[in-house]
Write a protein that binds this ligand. Sequence first.
Ligand code: 5GP
Length: 163
Amino acid sequence: MAEREILTWDLYGTASRELAQAVADSGYAPTIVLGIARGGLIPAGSLAYALDCKNLFTMSVEFYTGVDTRLDVPVMLPPFLDRADLTGADVLIVDDVADTGKTLELVHDFCADHVRTARTAVIYEKPQSTIKPDFAWRTTDAWINFPWSTMPPVVRRTGVLDA
Ligand code: 5GP
């Protein structure tokens, strides 16, 4: 396994455009882009612009606590998305990476009974993912350094969610 896959901001610009082009070329025209916070938010915004889709929804899921260390299962965090808002929609679910695939699976299952169609798009997929994303820019088995989360926060905050 390679040590790290480094995605720079420069390369991210190319990646997000190429991923959007792959969605467009497939003929899929989402009526909603749903970004999984926090890692999927920047890709979701980029895809929403590139695919000319103004309906951008988000939901928060927490799974990882560090490099390759995770909770037992991914957990949805408030505020919770109202699934009724997805009724009849063609939803493109976007995350930064499908690693175990459990986060994408959770969100896909959460939406499944309400949407008209759902597709998944990620910048990276890993070979072990339990879900095969419909759209992925690249495959790697390395831990990925994303440009938005590689540098430490400029300020450390504790207990924010409990406040
Ligand atoms: P999964 O549920 O597919 O195992 O992981 C989903 C989430 O875990 C991703 O959205 C991301 O936030 C985090 N994650 C998983 N693998 C990596 C990785 O290689 N690098 C980084 N930076 N985050 C990862």
